[in-house]
Write a protein of this length. Structure first.
Length: 159
């Protein structure tokens, strides 16, 4: 189909259409198509000799933990809201009754100093939960919540 892999990221395939480029991003068995006419690409992939069985084709709404929607002017927006809500629910269930579950604006509040914390070290299960929480927070940063990256990085150093 005349697509070639991007030099910087080989899982992104590019096709020059003279006045614009088309893209197919591959992640495991997921494809994300960026094109003025994505249906034409889908039709080729589903036709012979390819015979790919594609499901979930259509407007991008959710991918890899991130919600997508369009603004009134057509701008594509991404927000990891569903991922964050699910993460909070998971950890509230995991640590039920063992910690405060108040809502905070960031992983570290003003004047927090984890390096000065003198509480007992976590047991093996507590370490597993903490490391899992940090991994989830790191993914939220990857999804675009750069505003918490310094806090997550600081907390990561205590893994």
């Amino acid at each position: 189909m005349r697509f070639f892999p991007c030099k910087a990221e080989p899982d992104i395939w590019i096709r020059d259409m003279n006045d614009h480029y088309e893209y197919i991003a591959v992640y495991m068995d997921d494809l994300t198509i960026a094109s003025r006419n994505p249906q034409a690409i889908i039709d080729i992939l589903q036709a012979k000799p390819n015979n790919l069985k594609l499901k979930g084709t259509g407007e991008l709404n959710f991918l890899l933990g991130c919600d997508y929607f369009r603004e009134d002017d057509g701008t594509l927006m991404m927000v990891p809201k569903r991922y964050v809500v699910k993460m909070v629910e998971t950890y509230e269930e995991t640590i039920r009754g063992e910690a405060e579950t108040d809502i905070y604006r960031s992983p570290l509040e003003q004047n927090d100093h984890p390096e000065l914390d003198k509480t007992d070290l976590l047991d093996a299960e507590g370490i597993r939960i903490y490391q899992s929480l940090i991994r989830s927070a790191q993914w939220i940063v990857q999804l675009g919540r750069f505003d918490i990256s310094v806090h997550v990085m600081t907390l990561s150093s205590f893994r």
